[in-house]
Design a protein around this ligand. Structure first.
Ligand code: C2O
Ligand code: CU
Ligand code: CU
Length: 424
């Protein structure tokens, strides 16, 4: 029945926003001037989203990054929404609690539309996230932290100029934004706080750490909770990767300032407020993750990421809408081995490439021949490959349809570092 469906409305629109004092910047946003609302759903829920394209004269799509949905409900380049049209996909949430996100995916235009502001977070909650005694009050002790870099210095506009540099390395900017704000302040309770981090940049890799030698506990990776919290001093997030962190601010005095840095660039400031109302411990165990074991006769596919600038490719091929690169059987478990071929030797540039397949969460069997680090032992949908890296992933393909796999440096993706797989 219709009243059991959770309905959401997204309007992709043009707007203006003041990022830097005294400058009005032309921007894109969902239902607002930059970025979009946080969509929150429960596991098991039926969801319907009405997406309206009000961008004027360009097509767009909305892709559910990390969500396990059929290809027909996903906004890959096939599901282009024409100007002034509405697309209303519906789907059921069948995966565990996680911090996912959504963003446009039109052919050759993903980088530009995301850069101008189209992206938002998508939270799934379930019996585990509802039961765990961790911070979960949105905007009080549980904060979305979307980190991006943009070029606003010259004329204050988000002009998307592809040149040799940005084509090669992806679009980088000198102005860091958190939730669309430059160098923001956030008052946090004097206690434990949950940060849902998304690297929403087009190409930059963030190396995040807190000031005052503070550390954090990572509790979730892209696709949901880790089995156990992992204590860390810093975390590296490639484009599109997420991590949920718990930070303990109880050791500071009211009014103290703790900052979040990307290497030595300050991203934001936490101001310690009043003591937390609820008491949280860092749980010993968060959830259990059943390890996917490769059944005998498991299909193994290999993907080689290589090339530079306009010639970036996967297995020697560039994206072709009329070609399906891989055929996968519905419900099959497969091993995908991804290699970043260009190791910077032999005259190459040694480019990082974050690998991402649509419609599926995977586990990592090996990173460079070894067991992956603890914080990569949960569900992942994006995995950063530095030059020469080789990663062995395993996944069960539970949704049917046509899906993309690609490099999540959006300028590489738009240049053709993308392929299609069909599950049926
Ligand atoms: Cu964020 Cu095709 O992905
Ligand atoms: Cu995606
Ligand atoms: Cu790449």
């Amino acid at each position: 029945p219709a009243d059991d469906v959770a309905e959401f409305y997204l309007k992709a629109q043009k707007s203006t926003k003041s990022f830097l004092d005294g400058v009005e910047t032309e921007s894109y946003g969902y239902n607002g001037d930059y970025l979009g609302p946080v969509i929150q759903v429960q596991k098991g829920e039926q969801v319907k989203v009405h997406i309206k394209n009000e961008l004027g004269d360009e097509e767009t799509t909305v892709h559910w990054h990390g969500l396990e949905v059929p290809g027909s409900a996903d906004g890959g380049p096939h599901n282009a929404i024409k100007p002034n049209e509405i697309f209303s996909p519906s789907f059921t949430i069948t995966q565990p609690a996680a911090t996912l996100w959504y963003h446009p995916h039109p052919l050759h235009k993903t980088g530009e539309q995301v850069y101008k502001g189209l992206a938002g977070l998508f939270y799934i909650e379930d019996e585990v996230s509802n039961r765990l005694n961790i911070p979960k009050s949105y905007g009080e002790n549980d904060f979305p932290i979307v980190i991006q870099d943009r070029n606003l210095r010259e004329d204050g506009q988000l002009s998307y100029d592809l040149n040799m540099m940005s084509l090669m390395h992806g679009m980088h900017g000198d102005t860091p934004l958190v939730n669309g704000v430059f160098d923001p302040y956030l008052e946090v309770p004097q206690g434990k706080v949950r940060l849902r981090l998304l690297n929403g940049s087009n190409a930059r890799i963030f190396q995040l750490k807190l000031s005052k030698d503070n550390h954090f506990w990572q509790i979730a990776s892209d696709g949901g909770f880790l089995e156990k919290p992992v204590k860390m001093d810093q975390i590296v997030l490639g484009p599109a990767e997420r991590a949920e962190m718990i930070v303990d601010f109880s050791q500071y005095k009211q009014g103290d300032k703790v900052q979040l840095f990307d290497q030595d660039v300050r991203l934001m400031n936490f101001i310690i407020g009043t003591p937390e109302k609820e008491k949280f411990e860092i749980p010993d165990q968060l959830t259990t993750i059943e390890k996917i074991n490769p059944p005998s006769g498991t299909v193994t596919r290999t993907f080689a990421f290589q090339g530079m600038g306009n010639s970036v490719n996967i297995n020697g091929k560039q994206m072709d809408m009329n070609r399906i690169d891989e055929e996968v059987q519905l419900n099959a478990t497969e091993i995908w081995e991804i290699t970043n071929i260009d190791n910077g030797m032999m005259g190459g540039m040694g480019m990082p490439h974050p690998f991402h397949p649509h419609g599926v969460q995977f586990q990592i069997l090996e990173r460079n021949g070894k067991e992956p680090p603890e914080n990569e032992q949960g569900w992942k949908d994006t995995i950063l490959l530095m030059p020469g890296d080789k990663v062995k992933t395993i996944a069960t393909f539970k949704k049917d349809g046509v899906f993309m796999y690609h490099c999540h440096i959006l300028e590489h993706e738009d240049a053709g570092m993308m392929g299609q797989f069909e599950v049926n």
